[in-house]
Design a protein around this ligand. Structure first.
Ligand code: HEC
Length: 136
């Protein structure tokens, strides 16, 4: 009997932390959707999205780099995919910070190039946009 209030209290504590945690996670992806406006000139997402200057990014988290059908990637990004690069929330952040530097390091090739010329400099933006991409 005397344990019940403790259980109840911890249940309340768990419920409260869930309540506070949930909007924070959604908020990141939500903020990332705003950041994604900077990518939209080159990357389309959503139903019926087509490749434009950049590949469609639906389902990019979990995808092997350089493999979206019909997009003409640079040789080095394709090579990175063939060498085992699979996008996740973390390496996407590193890539968009500096695509060329990322490929040079990943391929250990100082002359590697990326066709993506855009760089996202703010760390918070990179985190948020990666969280957003993971929802697509
Ligand atoms: C100026 C056009 C342009 C902008 C802006 C741009 N990208 Fe890209 N992106 C590209 C191109 C082109 C590629 C293909 C690079 C290659 O083949 O070397 C690419 C590739 C990628 C890839 C790898 C996709 C794959 O299928 O392997 C990711 C992830 C990505 N971009 C994310 C972003 C995000 C996130 C933003 C916004 C913060 C962004 N890009 C902004 C042009 C752009």
């Amino acid at each position: 009997m005397s344990r019940t209030p403790i259980k109840l209290l911890s249940a309340v504590a768990v419920a409260t932390s869930v309540l506070f945690a949930a909007p924070a996670i959604a908020g990141e992806a939500g903020a990332g959707e705003d950041v994604f406006r900077k990518c939209q000139g080159c990357h389309k997402v959503g139903e019926g999205a087509k490749n434009s200057a950049g590949p469609v990014l639906n389902g990019v988290v979990g995808r092997t780099a350089g493999t979206f059908e019909g997009f003409r990637y640079g040789d080095d990004l394709v090579a990175a995919g063939e060498a085992g690069l699979v996008w996740d929330e973390e390496n996407i952040q590193e890539f968009i910070e500096d695509p060329r530097a990322f490929l040079r390091e990943f391929l250990d090739d100082p002359s590697a190039r990326a066709k993506m010329s855009f760089r996202l400099r703010k760390e918070e933006d990179r985190e948020n946009v990666a969280a957003y991409l993971a929802t697509l």
